[in-house]
Design a protein around this ligand. Structure first.
Ligand SMILES: [Zn+2]
Length: 265
């Protein structure tokens, strides 16, 4: 089973505009689907992807409800697992986490750069604790975001500090624990109980660093991710397959770990 743990799509009426804006903001990077859930699913079929985890992000407090409504709607599709999102400045963030749980979503995505908070800001701790109590998976954008200037809001070193607030509920650090902060990701995350996804690594993460991160962190905690539409899932799969891992390790990374984490088979 192939599970892409890191993909994006947007509601039909805004998809085109969102893709253009995000692409421009990130140096005119190419988009590999047109932004809708249908175009993502068409690409999945072509690339042999069984399930994509769609990571939705609420970039302002007013959007929170509609972002999660879209997540709930798309989560009903057989090949899509959609995660919700809360905005730290929403007065109802904790209540929204309960709604997310009740609606059957498996977790949330937080993007500290897009949502304007530092991952270890104490205003976040009640949100982390609530997500943990509800047993939700929390995915963080980690490391540099190419569309947003410094400072980095979620460097790899922050996870040791914030993980206890989740009370053992699963946490995922995207982009191998810290985009373009590879050395720090190895140093700071070795032995830390956290999943890492491979999103946007093809062509960006040197193979030698990929191998070192997987070796030091353990293949059982690595999840295939693409960041579709910003990187192709088939390229990310080829990247994993080029690292000389054992067949078992490849199977775990390409879908086995994600299936276990999401409770699917
Ligand atoms: Zn992403």
């Amino acid at each position: 089973m192939i599970v892409d743990f890191h993909a994006h799509c947007f509601p039909e009426r805004i998809a085109k505009k969102v893709i253009i804006n995000l692409s421009q903001q990130s140096g005119n990077i190419e988009a590999f689907h047109s932004g809708t859930v249908d175009s993502l699913r068409a690409q999945m079929r072509q690339m042999g992807v069984d399930i994509s985890v769609v990571l939705n992000i609420s970039t302002n407090p007013r959007q929170q409800t509609s972002v999660n409504n879209f997540a709930i709607e798309t989560n009903s599709l057989p090949d899509i697992v959609s995660l919700g999102s809360v905005h730290p400045d929403s007065p109802d963030a904790l209540g929204e986490l309960e709604r997310i749980k009740e609606a059957g979503l498996k977790g949330i995505k937080l993007h500290p750069d897009y949502q304007g908070f530092f991952a270890d800001d104490k205003k976040m701790f009640p949100i982390y604790e609530k997500a943990g109590e509800l047993g939700l998976i929390t995915v963080f954008h980690a490391g540099v975001d190419i569309g947003i200037p410094e400072p980095v809001h979620c460097p790899p070193g922050v996870f040791k500090k914030i993980l206890p607030y989740f009370g053992g509920a699963p946490v995922v650090a995207a982009h191998m624990g810290g985009y373009i902060m590879w050395k720090e990701a190895i140093r700071e995350l070795e032995g830390v109980d956290i999943y890492l996804d491979t999103a946007y690594c093809f062509g960006n993460l040197p193979m030698i660093w990929a191998s070192r991160i997987i070796e030091s962190h353990g293949a059982e905690k690595i999840l295939l991710g693409s960041d579709m539409p910003w990187s192709r899932t088939d390229n990310e799969i080829l990247f994993i397959k080029s690292l000389g891992l054992s067949q078992d390790e490849e199977k775990m990374i390409l879908g086995g770990n994600a299936a276990r984490l999401l409770g699917i088979n």
